[in-house]
Each structure stands twice: as structure tokens, then as C-alpha cells.
Design a protein. Structure first.
Lengths: 558, 312
């Protein structure tokens, strides 16, 4: 084995709170060889990000401190190094990139200047030489016109290009190790594939070691050499990726692999073709729908067709998935169906009635449809207990007697698997998954014919995602619900939905039975989307060059 | 440069605003009980004399007609004649505008010079002694009324230490500046605390922001993180607060100029109100309103310059 570049031994980080010490990182040990890519997986709160921050001693709060263990970088001890030395280590030897490039790039500073800053500080170059070096880095990370784009601001770029800029800033001082903390979580799959490929290119060209933090086992399987699994502040398992994926030792690793959605399901959803009995009235019948948003100011008016001529039918009891990248119009379509967005042209019929035919119809629509939102925490009123929240919905709907409301609240919670103890809980004291279950209970309280779930698992951990998807599956079966499930995650849609609709730039490019579409996509865009999903099997390469779009494809927005 | 296009068409929006202000000041002045002719001629004036004066200044005409004359004069660049001073209102304002303008300018510059370092010290030492002291002092600063603060400063610097003039306004530049030190200080002690508090809050946020974390992760020392990333991002909200406060400050010169006997527009306004000198009150109010509108316009330009995301 090659000598380790970075060696972490029994690293322990504690939080000094009012109630005494709490251990957040518990004797974590790992090492990183030169040129190696180590995948760090685990759910939120498991200490992945904290470990990364600890390596460069940038702890997110002054109440956190490294209480034991050691970090050695090329033989030097970092836990006790003076702050001045750490300045040289950060950026100069260990570079970092983060999940959200939009918030980590300085919005009021030119992209190029944010790269030059590191070059000037670490390499002591003069302004002109530093600019030339920065232009070179921008070219390396895939900016098509680096000399001009040097002077652009972050908001002028798309999410993918911003992440490229952040990688550029991290590379500016020639680090030996790059820590990438969920670098692609906020990006669409096709962009994610491009960014991962860029990271691997750079690593090959510069001989970088990479620590890649992610919750997506597919990414780890595709790009990493070794995998480390973290759980509740401890590193529970570490090993070569094939061995670890094939024979996980720890229970958490096993559940993580089991809940990874890219695994083909043995029992696909029951065939529901018979539901389309002739003569049945579709729950939702959308015809040639256009939703246009005005853009620009007083003098230069324009319009964007968010939904551009969509025709779609959803039959009772059907589960339809709508997939597509951000900006493809899937959420706008959902909002239009619920009457939340004005329609430019076309018709939407709910249960045979045109929803544009008056306020009474809209009221009827509200009593028979419900929505589950992406951010489970912020979609709940923080001041209400779950019980009060459900009771409010039941009272407003007026479908059941007041006296029966408490009993119904309890039933609803049983239905979503929360249990009646949650009646008195407030969102603040609940986890993301529990909040989302409460959100689903609120949707069910309406006793709806149709539920629209808009990216409702995107903010949750993989194991929780799997639980929520399972819940939806049960509910659909038990209550003959009609479900429109919007997601950018193809694998989840494939697991849950009978039918899938693929949207791209406001139009439906493909629709059909999930198995059909995913195994034999007809449209090139669908094929590209599917190819970009990182598979958990390391032998199904994601980064095959032929299928990759060019970096320019996600070029400069605006 | 299309982001600055609003500089061309925004002034068009000022016209309705100024029109509205002219209506309001015109009506408000006439709602004050009393009669300029009676004030001018004293208590023993005959009704005939009063009627003559009223006719001379058009005060006997209906309100609507008076307002029409006022507007017609404005269009000609005139604001009528002062009843008290017997000269053209614009000329009168011209002689009084310099002390007020210099006072406002000095106060704003001084406030910014105090607020930025104070906020920086407080934010960078958040929760520690320096921060606590600054927060307590600034709370007092907001609490103390400017006229009281002005009097205290006079007692300290002019009466006890005798280093600065008590009141009035000089003739030479250095003399004028010496007379402006205490008034400006009075204003900026209040204004800078407001600014510093807002700036400190923005800076504390900024130091915890992802932008700062990313800069630290690139190995930037705290000083660069602060001055190059945190400060520019904190300035944007404070610029707008400053603009609002300058508007307030222009009205506030009435008090400060009275305390320090500065012959500026604030003082002129007070006298004009007491003698029901309608034309002067209208004129000064219009000038104040224009200045406030102009300052908000300037603040918009500065905001656009500071934040590339802003489009107006």
C-alpha cells in the first residue's frame, strides 16, 4: 500500500453545550492515498460534513472542538498546527467544494476574481499573472469563453456552471486533496453526470486525492475507489467499493443499499391496465395546455412558455410520475391542475368538469385534491401541533361531524404510520421524514380523489425516501387514490408509478408504462436522462464518454 | 450597461410624486390657524390694511386659484414672494441652502466614518466585551434626542473646553467648518448608531454565511474574508437605510439649526411657519421633498453599483 497522504486517527469532535459535552464525531479513523477517490456516505446528521470541516479545522460553531485524535497531512499534524499554517493548508493543500454553489459563491464579486483571490494569496502572483492563471482554470473546468466569462457574476450562470466555478476556485491554489461535500445534490442528473466527469478528469490530470461526500450510493459506486460509511458520528465501515457493496458488514450499510432506488424491483407495481375501463371518466383531463409567464420589464416584454401544449389524461386509481429536469415545466403543470396558476390556453377537466368554469368549480377542486410539498418542514405551520393542523383541515372541509374530528385525526396518523403520540407534537420536534408523513396526513385529511406530490422526497435521506415511497404505494392501494408524483429522480418514479410522463422544455416528449419507458426509451432526451443516473453497480459505467453532453450544453444562462 | 437604464427614465416618475407633494404642502400650510397679513401687520391692523395685503399676495382668491398660481409660478421657476422678507422665495432659499447642505453632507460622511468601523469591531467580536459596549452605547445613542445631545456637546466643547464656537455660522471656509463640527457631530451620533446596528447585524450574518465559509476554505485569512466578502455584501441593505435616514435628517435640520443658530433652511422654515409665510413654507417644503427624492434616486444608483444582481 502506498503511504497515506492524509491519515485520520481516532478523530473526536465534541459539542460543549449547556447540558455538558456531546460527542458528534466518535473516534473516526481513515486514510487517503495519493490519487485516491474516497466516497463518504451516510444520512444527514451522521457527521459526514462535520468530518470534512474538521479536517481543515473549520468547525461550523465555536462550541464545537476537536477533543482527541490526530490528523496528519504528509506527516504533519494538523490538529495542533498554528492557525497561520492552517491558512496555507486550506486551499493550498486541501481544497473544498460545497453542495450549494449559489450560496457559496460571493454574489457581488466577479467569478474570475473569486478564483484570482486564492491564486494571489497562496502563490503570491501579481494581478496580471493571476488573471491569466484564473482564465486558464476557468477553461479547465469547462467555461467555453473563459476570458470573457472571467468578468461575469455568479447569478449570470446556471447551477451547473456555478458548480464549475466553485471547483475552479477550489483548484486555484493547486491543492493535493479535494473535499467535495455533496457537490451534485442540487443539480439535475445530466448536469450531475457532467460535474462528476469533470471531477474525475481533474483528478486524473492533477493526480488529486478526492473525498466525495454524498448520500447517493450510485455516485459512490461509479466514481470512488473506496467507500466509508458513517452512521451516528461513527465510521462504521470502510473498504474497497466492490467488496463493500457486495458484502456490507454493517446493518446501516445494508439498509442503505437496499433502499437505493436504482436497483430493479422484483415485484413491479401490479398491472393496472384494467383500470382503464372504456367509458371511465378521467380524473384529470388536460388538453393542449399552455401556461405562459411574462418576462422583462416595462419596455421589453417577453414571454416564456413554461407549459407548451400539454395533453395528458389521468384515470382514476392511476399513479402517474412526471419527470424532467428543473425548468421543464413539471411543477407549473401541477400547479395549473390545482388551479393555482392561470392558464394561458387549453382546458383542464377535473372529473369531467372544466376547472375554468367558475369559482364553485374551484372550490370543488380544492375539496377533492391535495398537494404534498417538497420541503416538509416549511410546508407545516410551526405554531400548530399536528393534531390541531389536521383538525383545522377537517373542520374547514366539513365532510365529517365535529365530534368525530379527534378520532379521524388519530386514524389519519395511523394511516401514515406516525402513531397518535404525534397529535401533540409540533414540526420543530419532528424529523424531516416525520414532517413529510404529517404533510401526507394533512393531504389525506381532505379525503381527496387526487393527490399531487411535488418533489416530496427530494429533501429526504435515501432510507427515509424509500419509506415515504413505500407509504405512498400502500396508500394508493388501500384508498384507491389517484396520484400524480412529480420528481426529478427517475429511479423513484420507476419504483412507484405505473405510468411515467417525461417533460422537457414545457412539452411531453415521451409517456408510457414505466417499465417500457425506462427499459426502452424512445426519445433521445429520455435516454440521456436515464443514462445520466448513476447506477449502484460499478460495472455499469455512468461516465462513458460517447453519451455525455458537452459542457457547453448547460452553458451560460441568460 | 443596461442595468443603469433606469437612470434615464426614473426621473419621469418623480413628476407625479412632486405634484402630490405640492398639493399636500399647499393644503397643510393653509390649514394652520392664522393669517399672514395679520401676523405681518400686527394686532392693531385695520381690516382695510389686512384686506389690501391679502389682495396683494392673492390670498383673497379661492384656494384652487391660489394653487393654480403656485403651479404656474413653479413652471416659470418661481415660488412667489416671501411676505415676511419681501424677496423672491427662490432667492431667499439660495442664501440659506449652503449651511444646510454642508451640514447634511458633513453629518452623513461623519456617520459613515463612525458606523463602518464600529460595526466591524462589534461584528468581528460578536458576544465579547467590545460588542457589548458598542451595543449598549448605540442603544443610548438612539435613545437620546438630538437637541439634548447638541446642548451637552455645546456645554462640553464650547463652554467648558472652549475649543469650538457655540453657535452661528462663519464667513471663511475654516470658520464655517469649525461652526459645523458640533452640529454634524450631534446629527451623526444619532445617525451612526442606527447605521451601525443595521450594519453589524448584516455583518454577523455575513460572517456566518456560506460565502465566508467558502472563502475560509480557500485559505483566506479572516481580514480578507471580512473586508472583501462580508463588508460588500453587508453594505447593500445599509445603503437603503441610510437613504431613508437622510430624508429624515433633512427634516431634522430644523431642530439642529435652531439649537446651533445656523442660518440654514431649517431655521428659515421655522420662522416662515410662525409668521404664516405661506410661500416660503411651500418653497422650503418643495426643496426638502426634491432633495429626499433625489437622495433615494442616488441610493438606487449606489445599490445597483454594489450588487450586480439588482435590476431596477
Amino acid at each position: 500500500m502506498i503511504a497515506a497522504l492524509l491519515k485520520v486517527t481516532d478523530l473526536t469532535v465534541v459539542h460543549d453545550g449547556d447540558g455538558g459535552e456531546r460527542t458528534l464525531l466518535d473516534a473516526v479513523s481513515l486514510d487517503l492515498a495519493p490519487g485516491e477517490v474516497l466516497g463518504l456516505v451516510g444520512e444527514s446528521g451522521s457527521g459526514k460534513s462535520l468530518l470534512c470541516r474538521s479536517l481543515v479545522r473549520l468547525l461550523p460553531s465555536s462550541r464545537l472542538r476537536i477533543s482527541g485524535g490526530s490528523i496528519t497531512l504528509s506527516g504533519r499534524e494538523l490538529t495542533t498546527a498554528p492557525e497561520a499554517e492552517m491558512l496555507a493548508v486550506r486551499g493550498g493543500e486541501i481544497g473544498m467544494i460545497f453542495q450549494n454553489p449559489s450560496s457559496h459563491l460571493d454574489p457581488v464579486m466577479r467569478i474570475g476574481d473569486q478564483i484570482t483571490e486564492g491564486i494571489r494569496f497562496h502563490q503570491r502572483l501579481d494581478a496580471k499573472a493571476a488573471r491569466a492563471a484564473a482564465v486558464d482554470i476557468l477553461a479547465q473546468v469547462g467555461f467555453p469563453d473563459p476570458a470573457r466569462q472571467y468578468d461575469s457574476y455568479p447569478h449570470e450562470f446556471s447551477g451547473g456552471m456555478r458548480q464549475r466555478a466553485m471547483i475552479g476556485a477550489a483548484l486555484s491554489s493547486n491543492p493535493k486533496i479535494l473535499i467535495a461535500d455533496e457537490p451534485t445534490t442540487a443539480l439535475d442528473v445530466t448536469i450531475q453526470a457532467q460535474i462528476l466527469r469533470l471531477l474525475m478528469d481533474i483528478r486524473a490530470r492533477r493526480g488529486l486525492s478526492v473525498i466525495l461526500v454524498t448520500h447517493d450510493l450510485g455516485i459512490v459506486a461509479q466514481v470512488c475507489d473506496r467507500i466509508a460509511v458513517m452512521w451516528q458520528g461513527r465510521l462504521v465501515e470502510i473498504g474497497e467499493k466492490r467488496g463493500l457493496l457486495a458484502a456490507p458488514a454493517h446493518a446501516y450499510t445494508r439498509s442503505l443499499i437496499a433502499s437505493h432506488p436504482s436497483l430493479p424491483e422484483e415485484d413491479m407495481p401490479a398491472k393496472a391496465e384494467e383500470l382503464r375501463a372504456p367509458g371511465a371518466v378521467p380524473v384529470v383531463d388536460i388538453e393542449k395546455l399552455h401556461v405562459r409567464f411574462a418576462t422583462g420589464g416595462l419596455f421589453r416584454r417577453g414571454a416564456v412558455d413554461a407549459v407548451n401544449g400539454v395533453t395528458l389524461r389521468v384515470m382514476p386509481g392511476e399513479t402517474v410520475g412526471i419527470v424532467g429536469e428543473s425548468g421543464s415545466g413539471k411543477s407549473t403543470l401541477a400547479r395549473a391542475v390545482l388551479g393555482l396558476t392561470p392558464v394561458s390556453s387549453g382546458t383542464i377537466r377535473f372529473d369531467g368538469t372544466d376547472i375554468a368554469s367558475g369559482r364553485a368549480v374551484l372550490g370543488m377542486l380544492r375539496r377533492q385534491t391535495a398537494m404534498v410539498f417538497q420541503d416538509p418542514f416549511n410546508a407545516l405551520n410551526p405554531h400548530l401541533t399536528v393534531g390541531k393542523m389536521l383538525a383545522e383541515v377537517l373542520r374547514v372541509q366539513g365532510k365529517i361531524e365535529t365530534a368525530q374530528i379527534p378520532a379521524r385525526c388519530g386514524e389519519l396518523l395511523d394511516l401514515v404510520g406516525l402513531g397518535r403520540a404525534f397529535l401533540d407534537r409540533k414540526p420543530r420536534s419532528m424529523s424531516g421524514g416525520q414532517c413529510q408523513r404529517a404533510g401526507i396526513a394533512r393531504a389525506l385529511a381532505v379525503d381527496p380523489k387526487l393527490i399531487i406530490a411535488d418533489e416530496c422526497v427530494a429533501a429526504l435521506d435515501v432510507t427515509i425516501q424509500a419509506q415515504i415511497v413505500e407509504l405512498f404505494r400502500e396508500l394508493v392501494e388501500r384508498m384507491s387514490l389517484t396520484l400524480i408524483f412529480i420528481a426529478h429522480d427517475l429511479a423513484i418514479v420507476r419504483n412507484l408509478c405505473q405510468r411515467v410522463v417525461v417533460m422537457h422544455r414545457g412539452v411531453i416528449v415521451e409517456e408510457g408504462r414505466s417499465e417500457e419507458v425506462f427499459s426502452r426509451p424512445k426519445h433521445a432526451y429520455t435516454a440521456a436522462l436515464i443514462a445520466a443516473v448513476p447506477h449502484i453497480d460499478p460495472d455499469k459505467p455512468l461516465l462513458a464518454p460517447s453519451k455525455m453532453a458537452t459542457p457547453q450544453a448547460d452553458g451560460v444562462a441568460n | 450597461m443596461h442595468r443603469y437604464k433606469f437612470v434615464l427614465y426614473r426621473p419621469l416618475q418623480f413628476l407625479p410624486v412632486l405634484f402630490g407633494i405640492s398639493v399636500i404642502t399647499f393644503i397643510l400650510v393653509r390649514l394652520i390657524p392664522g393669517d399672514p397679513a395679520r401676523v405681518l401687520l400686527g394686532t392693531r391692523a385695520t381690516p382695510e390694511a389686512i384686506a389690501r395685503i391679502r389682495a396683494q399676495y392673492g390670498l383673497d382668491e379661492p384656494m384652487l386659484a391660489q394653487y393654480f398660481y403656485f403651479l404656474r409660478n413653479l413652471a416659470d421657476g418661481e415660488m412667489g414672494r416671501s411676505i415676511l422678507y419681501k424677496i423672491d422665495v427662490l432667492k431667499l432659499i439660495a442664501t440659506r441652502i449652503e449651511p444646510t447642505l454642508t451640514l447634511v453632507l458633513c453629518s452623513v460622511v461623519l456617520s459613515v466614518l463612525i458606523a463602518v468601523p464600529v460595526a466591524a469591531i462589534a461584528a468581528r467580536n460578536q458576544g465579547r466585551l467590545a460588542d457589548q459596549v458598542i451595543r449598549i452605547v448605540s442603544t443610548f445613542g438612539i435613545g437620546f434626542p438630538p437637541f439634548w445631545l447638541g446642548l451637552m456637546l455645546i456645554i462640553l466643547f464650547s463652554v467648558e473646553l472652549a475649543v469650538l464656537p457655540v453657535s452661528g455660522y462663519g464667513n471663511t471656509l475654516s470658520d464655517k467648518l469649525a461652526h459645523l463640527v458640533l452640529p454634524s457631530l450631534t446629527v451623526s451620533l444619532s445617525l451612526s448608531t442606527v447605521l451601525a446596528r443595521s450594519l453589524r447585524a448584516a455583518m454577523v450574518e455575513g460572517l456566518k454565511s456560506d460565502v465566508a465559509t467558502a472563502a475560509r476554505a480557500r485559505g483566506m485569512p479572516e481580514s480578507i474574508v471580512f473586508w472583501r466578502h462580508v463588508l460588500p455584501n453587508s453594505l447593500v441593505p445599509t445603503v437603503n437605510l441610510l437613504a431613508v435616514n437622510i430624508g429624515w435628517l433633512i427634516g431634522g435640520t430644523v431642530v439642529v439649526e435652531t439649537v446651533f443658530a445656523l442660518p440654514g433652511m431649517g431655521q428659515l422654515l421655522v420662522r416662515a411657519i410662525f409668521s404664516r409665510d405661506y410661500m416660503v413654507v411651500q418653497g422650503v417644503a418643495m426643496v426638502f421633498a426634491c432633495a429626499t427624492v433625489l437622495i433615494n434616486f442616488l441610493a438606487d444608483i449606489v445599490t445597483v453599483a454594489l450588487d450586480p444582481r439588482v435590476k431596477l
